[in-house]
Design a protein around this ligand. Structure first.
Ligand SMILES: [Zn+2]
Length: 80
């Protein structure tokens, strides 16, 4: 899940939120309720730990069958 960094325009509070792509963006500062602005930061697409696409789909880059990767991304794969 991508991490978004926001900064408050009222109190300069900075905070980060993990959000799904389908989640609405934060628009309120949790500290003062003021308007916030989304920052694009290096942490926006951190893939450390349980990265949002590094869930095993294409983990084996040396797989003799690269088609299995695309198959997994499609949601269904024949056994084997
Ligand atoms: Zn604030």
């Amino acid at each position: 899940m991508p991490m978004y960094e926001y900064s408050c325009e009222s109190c300069s509070n900075k905070f980060e939120i993990r959000q799904k792509f389908s989640d609405p963006p934060a628009d309120r500062c949790p500290e003062c309720g003021g308007p916030v602005r989304k920052n694009i930061s290096a942490t926006a697409f951190s893939l450390k730990g349980d990265g949002w696409f590094n869930t095993g789909y294409c983990a084996k880059t040396d797989s003799p069958k690269p088609s299995a990767c695309a198959c997994a991304a499609g949601g269904g794969c024949p056994a084997g």
